[in-house]
Design a binder for this molecule. Structure first.
Ligand SMILES: CC(=O)SCCNC(=O)CCNC(=O)[C@H](O)C(C)(C)COP(=O)(O)OP(=O)(O)OC[C@H]1O[C@@H](n2cnc3c(N)ncnc32)[C@H](O)[C@@H]1OP(=O)(O)O
Ligand SMILES: O=C([O-])CC(=O)C(=O)O
Length: 394
């Protein structure tokens, strides 16, 4: 046996460039996010989610005909196979929506003949478009089923954002709500090699199909340190309950080494540019529904946490995308545990673009299977060269 145990080390690949990409650029120092050359700030103001899907998948902004054609393609494949609706009806009511989504992605693969077209870019793109169209239907159907209601059929007359809200709530949203939700989809669509996208690319690097890669990405996004943070931000705001209780909450988290959800980022060393857009949206949506409490707590928490981190930890901390999306989604009437699945129905656009790039971009040399090294720090039960013998002597 080794005399001294070496500690387990995981540096999270921080700062390691493992591949190049043409899809997006996250500038952590300046707080700039670019999708295929366009600042996300400009896209949030001037582009619809469908335009962003087109930009990510086809590498350029669509003209009017191209956009109309993509919209028609998406609307045509929104419906779910009846077997999947039936399967959803058999799931326990308290199943986590991210688990439903991940299982739903795997089930959708059973119904897609393109999974047999190994090595075809066209088939991979068709699978991606089907998933972008169908995941909102899946999520909305689950919300209806778990609350004892009948799923609402997708409407070919509504855009992506309005159709989703219609399928969730059973009523067509007004223009303002639709625009706010559409902007949320634009803002969450893509973020280079974040954990879930890396998971998708790693799976794609084995030449597994689009559904396999996306199912893995959904699992990765669900975690509290990644997309799952938005649900936890809302839990935290509810636990805090009022602006007066913020100081105690922060003190306790700092003293116990806890994490304040929605703060910190692996890449941004300034405020996340998406949070800067989401914050005023959250305030406006709060005013619209006559309840700014959650925005007010978020705003005060941001200020107080930044000051407390500077004072007690001698460090600067910043808001990430999940901080203000929580109060915003809450004001939109979206259930807390659906916040992360909603992130997924936007990020699916980025995942599909990355799988296509991983598997089909012209590259020299060809992209390789991801296979990093690890250092074994466990024991050897006997001399390294005769491990089998040591098993025999048990
Ligand atoms: C869509 C997204 O995925 S955005 C991220 C969503 N996740 C969250 O909001 C969860 C809370 N945040 C975090 O856990 C982290 O900030 C992460 C995982 C996102 C990034 O983590 P890291 O790259 O390790 O951050 P970083 O190296 O800057 O951390 C430095 C220090 O700040 C601390 N820190 C970072 N974020 C937080 C936080 N939210 N609350 C308290 N302390 C924090 C770390 O614990 C570390 O402290 P230490 O040096 O005393 O151990
Ligand atoms: O890039 C990251 O590490 C996390 C993130 O903000 C995202 O995926 O949107």
């Amino acid at each position: 046996m080794a005399e001294e145990c070496k500690p387990i080390l995981n540096t999270g690949l921080r700062g390691v460039t493992i591949a190049s990409t043409r899809i997006s650029d996250v500038n952590g120092k300046e707080g700039k996010l670019v999708y295929r050359g366009y600042l996300v700030k400009d896209l949030a103001e001037g582009a619809s989610f469908e335009e962003v899907i087109y930009l990510l998948l086809y590498e350029k902004m669509p003209n009017r005909e191209e956009l109309a054609s993509l919209k028609a393609d998406l609307a045509a494949v929104r419906a779910l196979p009846g077997e999947i609706i039936s399967a959803l009806r058999t799931r326990p009511q308290d199943a986590l929506p991210m688990d439903i989504l991940q299982a739903g992605v795997a089930m959708l693969a059973h119904h897609d003949p393109d999974v047999h077209e190994e090595g075809s870019r066209d088939a991979a793109l068709r699978m991606g478009i089907r998933m972008i169209a169908k995941l909102p239907t899946l999520l909305a159907a689950w919300e209806r089923i778990r609350t004892g209601k009948s799923p609402v059929e997708p409407s070919p007359d509504l855009g992506h954002a309005a159709n989703f809200l219609h399928m969730m709530n059973g009523e067509v949203p007004d223009e303002e709500l639709t625009r706010f939700f559409d902007t949320c989809l634009v803002l969450h669509a893509e973020h280079s090699f974040n954990a879930s996208t890396f998971a998708a690319r790693e799976i794609a690097s084995t030449r597994a199909h689009m559904y396999a890669a996306v199912a893995g990405a959904v699992g990765s996004l669900s975690g509290a340190l990644h997309g799952g943070a938005n649900t936890r931000v809302m839990n935290m705001l509810m636990k805090i309950g009022s602006v007066d209780a913020i100081d105690d909450y922060i003190r306790n988290e700092i003293e116990t080494g806890g994490k304040i959800m929605g703060l910190g980022h692996a890449v941004y060393k300034v405020d996340d540019p998406r949070a800067l857009i989401l914050a005023p949206m959250s305030e406006k949506m709060g005013k619209r529904v006559g309840e700014t409490r959650w925005y007010d707590i978020s705003e005060a928490l941001e200020k107080k946490a930044k000051a407390a981190f500077r004072k007690h930890k001698d460090m600067d901390i910043f808001v990430n995308v999940d901080f203000y999306s929580a109060s915003l989604y809450h004001s939109m009437g979206i259930p807390r545990d659906q916040f992360t699945p909603i992130f997924a129905i936007s990020r699916i656009a980025g995942w599909v673009a990355h799988v296509l790039e991983e598997q089909f971009a012209e590259a020299a040399p060809k992209p390789m299977l991801y296979r990093p090294e690890s250092e074994y720090v466990g024991d050897y039960c006997g001399p390294e060269e005769c491990i089998l013998e040591s098993i025999d002597k048990r």
